[in-house]
Design a protein around this ligand. Structure first.
Ligand code: TIU
Length: 218
């Protein structure tokens, strides 16, 4: 298959491509979570949910692999380095009790993927302690076992976990496509800059496309 993309058309086969949905968790999208505690206006992020749902549903119908990630830490925070725990001046720190349970801790209500994009049996779900999806996770090994060479990315936030994950994937040899209308940032200018820098220099990190261009071929 070939779809319209920047900086040039993106070619892939569904059998060797995974849809990677980064951190579409209540902790980032709903008030009272980690994103909110960091001082961000979280309302912007919910806007991409319908487009993400449309892609997820078409991707499932095509029978292709789906990966979800969650930024989450163990209850004892042994996988959260002091640099991450103490950075900045949030109202609630990682591990503190907020309105949706303990902030960014695995298993807490706020740490769950939003209901609209819930994982299903057969999906891969990765809990990751870092911003990138490959750091301290079995993701690369699982993708290799599944014969995956191409990754289509959606999720939040564009310049933090999505960008880190896509860069890690690119360095591991995956051809990566980011769906521009299925990713969002708390800072619109950062989203724009990230999309531009990923596809610059002949696709130095990968490609960007609109979800409709993918839906058309699916
Ligand atoms: N703060 C921010 O923009 N993002 C994160 O902390 N994590 C993710 O992007 N998932």
């Amino acid at each position: 298959m070939k779809i319209k993309a920047q900086p040039f058309p993106y070619k892939f086969e569904v059998s060797s491509t995974a849809l990677v949905i980064i951190d579409m968790q209540r902790d980032f999208i709903e008030p009272g979570g980690f994103g909110h505690a960091l001082g961000n206006d979280v309302s912007l992020l919910a806007g991409i949910v319908p487009a993400c749902q449309a892609v997820l549903s078409a991707w499932r119908a095509a029978g292709a692999l789906v990966v979800h990630t969650r930024e989450s830490h163990l209850a004892d925070l042994s996988d959260c380095p002091p640099s991450k725990l103490n950075r900045g001046n949030p109202t609630l720190r990682i591990g503190d009790i907020g309105p949706m349970g303990r902030i960014l801790v695995a298993g807490e209500p706020g740490n769950q993927i939003i209901a609209e994009l819930s994982p299903m049996a057969g999906d891969i779900v990765i809990d990751k302690p870092g911003k990138g999806a490959f750091y301290a996770t079995p993701l690369h090994q699982l993708l290799q076992q599944a014969g995956i060479t191409h990754l289509v990315f959606m999720g939040v936030t564009t310049e933090v976990c999505v960008q880190s994950s896509m860069r890690e994937a690119n360095d591991r040899g995956y051809d990566c496509l980011l769906l521009a209308d299925c990713t969002e940032s708390y800072f619109p200018s950062f989203k724009t800059a990230t999309l531009e820098m990923m596809r610059a220099q002949g696709g130095i990190v990968g490609w960007t496309a609109q979800s409709l261009d993918l839906l058309t071929v699916l």
